[in-house]
Design a protein around this ligand. Sequence first.
Ligand code: C2E
Ligand code: CA
Ligand code: CA
Length: 552
Amino acid sequence: MVCNGPASFAARMHPSWPTTWQRLLSVLHHPSARMALVLGILLAMVFSASTVYLARQQTVAEYQEYANNLADYAVQRTERVREHTLRVLQTLHDNHSPDPCGANNITLMRRLSYGSDLIEDVGYVQGDTLLCSSIGHLGEGVAVGPVDVASPSGAQLRLRVQLPFSQDARYLLSTVRGYTVIIRADWSQDVQGWLPDAQAAVGVFHPEVGKPLFAYGEPDAALLQRLLSSAPAQAARVAHDSIVAVRPTAFGYAGFATIALSELEARWHTRALQMLPVGLAIGALLSALVWGVARRQTSLPWLIRSGLRHGEMFMLYQPVVELATGRWVGLEALVRWRRPDGTLVAPDVFIPVAERSGLITSLTRWVVGQVLRDARVLLVAHPHWHISVNFSAEDVRDATFVPYLQEQLRAHGVAAHQLVGEVTERVCMDATLARERLQALRRLGLPIAIDDFGTGYSSLAYLTQLPLDLLKIDKAFVAPIGTEAATSQVIEHIISMAQSLGLRMVAEGVETAEQAQWLQARGVQLAQGWLFAKPMTIAQVEQQLRAQQQKR
Ligand code: C2E
Ligand code: CA
Ligand code: CA
């Protein structure tokens, strides 16, 4: 037994099934798919832009935290220095030495300065001259310049003082009644391990004199002064071209830390570049999701399902004529699909899709219900009439189909012999199952017609195995009647085959009187075709029937 396989079927229904790329492009014809694409691209852009923004925000936030910590450190360190300085000065004053630069006092100075890592030296200043220090007497003395800040309690501060024993360094001199603590103003060694990997300055600043007491790096004095005068306590923020944190204290000075933004830019660019693939991936994923949903919603199976749900399908009926009398003896039900935009989709296009996507059983059930609703009155009035419905292979295979038909016939009060099931040779995919199912349909009382006969490759042997009542001669064999075409020979074989099996015949696609006469002369009993009537609505069928009855 030879059956026509799925490949030949697909080829017949879709001469050129489009490639994936063509399908993708064809989806774009749909406005909602175009919208989805635009939305997808927008999403990808938004996500990429947000990753760039996020990268910058994160980088800035990270270095703001850094600046806050540094400014706090500067205040704490200065506080320790201040306390230590006060202790040292107190010790010297408590010694009550009559000669501040005497040997006793110098020994004490030495002990005090050696024992501390916070201070550089201890000495005695008279006027603007350092007379002695832990080193001993300084001869004529060393000029230390004028006092920068004098507190009401009598403490004097000299900022950024240069001393001969270390030309490059700058010192802070803190003096109370002559006794002076000398502290390194440069913090390079002290903050080494604390610094961020970007250009930074950290220290304490005296807004009154507009200079740092201690500092690492070169702070922007004008900026610090402006910030300190505008709002006292501040968390780090972006000001001008740096991140700046300032911490005012009760002692007049303020801790500060600045980090240049210029170097951070390169850093957040790198971070953005690292994060971008994630942003793009999320964007792409979302677009793919949107695209997928849009594709699904514009795919033919989805549209068919939605069409069924929204009542876009309707039925037309083509009369079946008795060739001997010209009388209508039945109808073939043919489904139509009108899309919301008014376009009609041919069943040749959507039936194969419904078959492949598993929607056909729902469609057939809808067709059966609609046909019985439409034609119930007509069938009851004409008990010898029949209506044929096209069943697909999947319907025949479906074990619940027979009970469904039984229920529908009962519900509409239509006799089973009035509903003809048309099946094509495709039903033969599984011959044993097909035979069983067709027999079940017949037991229910449905006559079975083999449709499009001759277009597949079934043999006579196969035909004899199936329980059939009618054979529909495909229009491909009717068209060449009366011509010299090779196919015109085939129809004679089909007719004799049907006759030998005792099947009634319906010729399809009869368009000329000559074809009708030829068929009738060969013993074909029934015919459908434009010669008699085109498919029409049930109302038109009823109207034409009334007109025919009036003529008689
Ligand atoms: P089919 O079952 O062979 O239906 C006959 C087709 O021939 C119908 O096409 C009909 O309109 C067309 N036709 C009728 N008379 C003439 C004629 O004189 N000349 C020509 N050239 N054509 C004629 P239609 O309605 O476009 O249906 C096409 C096919 O779609 C059907 O072929 C059938 O295979 C399928 N189909 C239609 N309705 C249903 C349905 O409700 N269920 C299923 N499963 N398939 C259906
Ligand atoms: Ca048919
Ligand atoms: Ca047919």
